[in-house]
Design a protein around this ligand. Structure first.
Ligand SMILES: C[S@@+](CC[C@H](N)C(=O)[O-])C[C@H]1O[C@@H](n2cnc3c(N)ncnc32)[C@H](O)[C@@H]1O
Length: 300
């Protein structure tokens, strides 16, 4: 029997993934095929390519696992944000394309600021922190994470980016809800970024998030705001007057996060921004002078 072409195999995989309820079945089938062939995820080998037996077996296995709703990023073992590719796998959140907008908004805050000081809270794989360091080599970047699995990825990714020539970042093993965190930076930070867990505990999610991601990365108390409340308080303490906060919160909190920030005298210029689907994605705010902590000198 003649061996099927790559095009045939991708078509079959697309049907299988679509039957498993995966929306972007074609794209996933194509990226998994590239991975099975040892190519970067967005490479497109010729459709008439014949896979070796080993490659075909690898592809079949990857497609079966994706059909079990294992996140695509965990199967590809990598995700890209802001031109930086980070290693990911079971136990760490897979950075989402949505966060490109959060990153871009953070980089806008830094425009015109030299040697800025940046803190990425709830950093996971450190994708956002590393993307900032990549775009702004003059920045001093701190990243905070408390899950040991995520920390391992963050440290590995950080070492890898340094080996490629990016400015090293500092990864802190810490809980953003802990009082006095990063007190040595109080009142000096130009930008606080955060993509924290924000889903209410009772919410049902796609299995990729509800089953195959660590709960700590996704859920945040009954109303989904537990960690975000701490992120806001910590940002108020860390930011210098006119420093910027960019916090991702998804459509769950299109009203509650802007309300939280608008009623806090530490913040002004509160603005919520939508994703391409028209649903709220993240909120930005500027640190006002109100109750600003005494500034310490920041060594760049
Ligand atoms: C939605 S994931 C986002 C990860 C990363 N920022 C990204 O966009 O890929 C949230 C991360 O926050 C971490 N996290 C949850 N609670 C935390 C806390 N109290 N302190 C520090 N990190 C926390 C989780 O372990 C997880 O890695």
């Amino acid at each position: 029997m003649p061996r099927p072409s790559l095009d045939d195999l991708i078509g079959e995989a697309e049907r299988r993934l679509s039957d498993a309820g995966i929306e972007a079945a074609r794209g996933d089938a194509e990226q998994l095929a590239a991975h099975a062939l040892g190519l970067p995820p967005h490479a497109r080998p010729a459709p008439w390519t014949k896979l070796t037996e080993a490659e075909q077996a690898r592809y079949t296995e990857l497609v079966s696992r994706r059909a079990q709703r294992i996140p695509l990023g965990h199967l590809l073992c990598a995700a890209t944000l802001g031109g930086v590719t980070v290693a990911v796998g079971p136990g760490v959140f897979v950075p989402r394309q949505h966060s490109e907008l959060v990153l871009a908004s953070g980089l806008d805050v830094l425009a015109g600021r030299e040697n800025p000081l940046v803190v990425d809270l709830c950093t996971g794989s450190a994708a956002i922190a590393l993307a900032v360091a990549h775009a702004r080599p003059d920045a001093t970047v701190h990243a905070v994470e408390l899950d040991p699995n995520a920390l391992e990825f963050a440290r590995r990714n950080s070492a890898h980016q340094t080996s490629l020539g990016d400015t090293p970042i500092t990864v802190h093993d810490a809980d953003v809800t802990a009082p006095g965190l990063l007190a040595e930076l109080a009142g000096t930070v130009d930008l606080v970024l955060a993509n924290p867990p924000f889903v209410p505990e009772s919410e049902r999610l796609l299995p990729e998030y509800g089953v195959h991601h660590p709960k700590l990365a996704i859920f945040s108390g009954a109303d989904g705001l537990h960690v975000i409340r701490h992120v806001v308080r910590l940002a108020a303490a860390l930011l210098r007057p006119d420093g910027g906060l960019v916090v991702e919160h998804g459509h769950c909190h299109g009203q509650s996060v802007p309300d939280l920030l608008s009623t806090d005298a530490a913040f002004g210029a509160v603005s919520t921004h939508d994703y391409l689907d028209g649903r709220p994605l993240y909120t930005t705010a500027n640190r006002t002078e109100a109750g600003a902590p005494e500034r310490k000198e920041h060594a760049a």
